[in-house]
Design a protein around this ligand. Structure first.
Ligand SMILES: Cc1ncc(COP(=O)(O)O)c(C=O)c1O
Length: 350
């Protein structure tokens, strides 16, 4: 009953097998190996972007910070949701790698920014006033940090608003596979066809050991990304092991299969909990991640039996009333089973 994070899931056997298979003999390093050439060709194919530049890094934070740095000068801004991973959970990496660009927080229901909110916030910046930070980029995540999914139409409207201000658009795709499956669209429809300039295509949360692709749809930006990746210490010498994982991910659309399983588990979990007295989702759930409240007694029963998820530690530590409604973040993954879900829901229900 592990709903802590999709990062906590094991590596899919196909990715482990690909790593073992890559571990034979010698090959060139630093991304010059044949496997990376194949990955680039396959990702260009998958995203219908024959000119795109494709790079691999090992963490989502590196993907976000380096991609944003390519599009954001130190005297510019990154507009993002106040709950964005880039804003809340990266220890200032986007600010660091952009050499000090300002993150501008926007609000919005279900973890999403709307074009109207973006325009209203941008209006307060009076660019190009010398006293104001200048417009740089918009950063959105899909799946969002609260578990909702932007549709391609929503992204198109948002990137158009950003473009009107002169901003580029970045999509944090740590869970892009889950978002694409949930939206029922193609990778191209969710990204460049919707006005996205650069996207990360996450693998770590969806069955890989640790790899994210950064896809720059403007090849003119490729060299700058390469230099920034090296300078940041994120160019792996034994790059073949990043490439091997990504190859496994792309083979037979493993990324889609695993995301479909995780999303289906998310739906099943939400449905199983819906009948719990006092259960209330905090946000719309579209994929494998959700926030919800239910009575303290249900949390205590589930946690005593070994269930693991992020909660409100300060509230759980105290002796409050059994019917206090406490918040949880629950994340399913490719390996979540129906048995775990049923057992967990039964414990919460009591
Ligand atoms: C939306 C989002 N972006 C990016 C990341 C990547 O983070 P990490 O650097 O931990 O791989 C995460 C991980 O939790 C995330 O949820």
């Amino acid at each position: 009953m592990i709903f802590g994070s999709d990062n906590m899931a094991p590596v899919h056997p196909a990715a482990m097998a690909a790593l073992a298979q890559a571990n034979t003999g010698y090959t060139t390093s630093y991304g010059t190996e044949d496997a990376m050439k194949q990955v680039t060709a396959q990702i260009r194919d998958l995203f219908e972007a024959p000119e795109a530049a494709v790079y691999l890094v090992a963490t989502g934070t590196a993907a976000n910070a380096l991609a944003l740095a390519v599009y954001t000068q130190p005297y510019q801004s990154v507009f993002c949701h106040e709950l964005a991973h880039v804003n809340m959970d990266e220890c200032g990496a986007p600010e660091f790698f952009t050499n000090g660009a300002k993150l501008v927080e926007l609000t919005g229901a279900d973890g999403k920014i709307t074009p109207d909110t973006l325009r209203a916030k941008a209006a307060g910046f009076r660019n190009p006033d010398i006293h104001r930070v200048q417009f740089g980029s918009l950063s959105i995540a899909n799946v969002t940090e609260t578990g909702s999914v932007y549709t391609p139409a929503e992204i198109t409207a948002l990137t158009a608003a950003a473009r009107d201000c002169g901003m580029a658009s970045y999509l944090d795709g740590a869970r892009l596979a889950n978002a694409i499956v949930a939206a029922g669209c193609t990778p191209a429809e969710m990204t460049w066809k919707a006005g996205i300039d650069v996207v990360s295509f996450g693998g770590t949360k969806n069955g890989l050991m640790g790899v994210e692709a950064v896809i720059l749809f403007d090849p003119q930006k490729a060299w700058e990304f390469e230099l920034r990746r090296k300078r940041a210490g994120h160019l792996f010498s034994k790059h073949r092991f990043l490439a091997a994982q990504m190859q496994a991910y792309l083979r037979d659309d493993l990324w889609r299969q695993l995301a479909s399983r995780a999303n289906a588990a998310g739906a099943e979990l939400e449905q199983a909990l819906a009948s719990v007295d006092g259960f209330a989702p905090l946000y719309r759930r579209d994929a494998n991640l959700m926030f919800a409240k239910w009575p303290r007694a249900g949390h205590e029963r589930a946690q005593a039996a070994g269930a693991y998820y992020y909660d409100e530690p300060e509230a759980h530590g105290k002796n409050g009333a059994p019917d206090d409604l406490l918040t949880a973040r629950l994340v399913c993954n490719w390996n979540t089973t129906s048995e775990e879900i049923a057992q967990f829901a039964a414990l919460v229900r009591g």
